[in-house]
Write a protein that binds this ligand. Sequence first.
Ligand code: GAR
Length: 194
Amino acid sequence: MSKVKAAVFASGTGSNFEAIMKSENLACEIVLLVCDKPGAKVIEKAEQFGVQTFVLNPKDFSSKTEYEAEVLQAVRSHDVEWIFLAGYMRLVGKSLLEAYEGKMLNIHPSLLPAFPGKDAIGQAFQAGANVTGVTVHYIDEGMDTGPIIAQEKVPVFPGDTETSLKARIQAVEHVLYPRVINEVVCLSEFNTVD
Ligand code: GAR
């Protein structure tokens, strides 16, 4: 039986993309990378894994709706059923949300609802938190606000720098995200098999 198809949306380095690609027995096939930052490192990573890339600059579109119409066409043309945001630093709009309701996940480097938005690791560090973490959640129209699926705590040690904290958080992300993807995709498959 062929695996259900999925796309990763990313804007940056792509360490989570890489962790997903390297994860053994992933329950879905990553067939497409959508990237909104031409030149981002994640694009090279996708090419190394032989994953097709769809790179577009939102500034080239007159509205979010127009931009998302292109994205929607790309994911649909690849028969994508699931979308995993992995450092995609952009709010998802109505058209994508409606098309992929309940089928879009995001990973965020904090224990949401604490420290949403950009630079969550820096926010936690500056706030002097002694524990932070990682959250995987469904996407909704808000900034890191959708229903939470899984969270894992990460301690902040007295001698930490932002760099050491980021490394500890990302190590957790790289294990947690593929695991949650598998759980959610498998559960959905199980519920739809007749
Ligand atoms: C990850 O830490 C991810 O949790 C975060 O961006 C980083 C991307 O790193 N996402 C957010 O902050 C979403 N609000 P990567 O490009 O190396 O995977």
